[in-house]
Design a protein around this ligand. Structure first.
Ligand code: AMP
Ligand code: MG
Length: 318
């Protein structure tokens, strides 16, 4: 099965990575930009495990890596601009933000609950082989703990995560060593959200309407963009009692009785499970039949920090 691999690729690593992804685990992979912490983008708990591993205090949206354009089309509404740019710059360090398709199978966590998803086809031959063989998108942010420098070698990743992730695949030193350019094609005027190796000058011949670049200082954290999901009805946090006209977002075993409707993020109290269910359950409970969404306390440890960050912003006055 792996006989066509370039000689420096270890087929056993490929088989091991595929079986880890199929069982919902995180594997570090090389790309031409930086090393990534990769998991099955369609498996919510696996994606939650990425945030937990990185100790990210927020659900920033994640880039989904695809093997080819056909795979991209499974997930997003593909546009003529996307077609033109992908023909020119894929595989390579250009990430395209596009609208999710109806019934998109990707976890809502990769979009941080929003309507868009960032896609990229990486150029690294080993990672392309992994994506083709896995035959599904891999969510992969840079393989560093939140706030630390992006890794450009397998040794960097080993030093950062060696003990906590089951496999780091060594694909050599990253040839680009700088993160991809992120281009938002989901709005009427395309905008560069993160400058990178594919420059504005390279993009503009393909995009007559390219807007002003939104750089660091002015860019709102993606988790805060209006496009990201905020419930229409009030949200009440840390409840221990619930009213009969409220919908209850529960966590764990000791669920207060009497709500109009109840969904439990994780009856057995698993935080990665709660993270995987968070956005879809908020949507399901966001119904004007209820006066508010009442949310039980979520432990503020590990990925619970990102869950509580999201809930606090959902509950903030608008
Ligand atoms: P990293 O997690 O370090 O690989 O960085 C990913 C970058 O892509 C971050 O700057 C994210 O904000 C950005 N990004 C990912 N998905 C989206 C999206 N759906 N909309 C806007 N920006 C995104
Ligand atoms: Mg990063």
């Amino acid at each position: 099965m792996n006989q066509d691999l370039p000689p420096y690729i270890d087929g056993r690593d490929v088989d091991k990575a595929l079986s880890l992804w199929h069982s919902g685990q995180v594997v570090a992979i090389p790309t031409e930009t930086v090393y990534g912490l990769a998991a099955d983008a369609c498996n919510g708990e696996a994606v939650a495990q990425i945030y937990a591993t990185k100790a990210r205090p927020r659900f920033n949206p994640l880039i989904v890596h695809v093997a080819n354009i056909a795979m991209a089309k499974r997930y997003v509404i593909w546009t003529t601009e996307a077609e033109r740019l992908a023909a020119e710059f894929w595989p390579g360090p250009l990430t395209l933000v596009l609208r999710r398709k109806d019934n998109c199978p990707l976890s809502e966590l990769v979009s941080a609950g929003g309507e868009t998803v960032a896609l990229r086809m990486p150029a690294h031959p080993l990672t392309r082989h992994l994506l083709e063989t896995f035959d599904g998108g891999l969510a992969a942010p840079s393989a560093n703990r939140s706030g630390r420098i992006s890794p450009t070698s397998a040794a960097h990743v080993q030093a950062e995560f060696g003990a906590t992730i089951p496999l780091v695949i060594d694909g050599g030193i990253c040839t680009v060593g700088l993160e991809s350019t992120v281009l938002d094609l989901s709005t009427s005027t395309p905008v560069i959200l993160r400058p990178g190796g594919i420059t504005r000058a390279m993009l503009s011949p393909f995009l007559p309407r390219l807007g002003e670049t939104v750089t660091g200082g002015t860019l709102k954290s993606p988790g805060m963009l209006e496009s990201h999901y905020a419930p229409g009805i009030p949200v009440r946090l840390n409840v221990t009692e619930v009213a009969t006209d409220e919908a209850l977002l529960a966590f764990g075993r000791d669920v207060p009785p009497g709500s109009a409707h109840m969904l439990n993020l994780s009856p057995d109290g698993t935080l990665t499970k709660a993270a995987a269910n968070l956005f879809s359950y908020l949507r399901l409970l966001d119904d004007t039949r209820y006066r508010a969404i009442a949310v039980m306390p979520i432990p503020n440890e590990g990925i619970g920090e990102a869950i509580n960050d999201r809930l606090r912003r959902a509950a903030a006055p608008r």
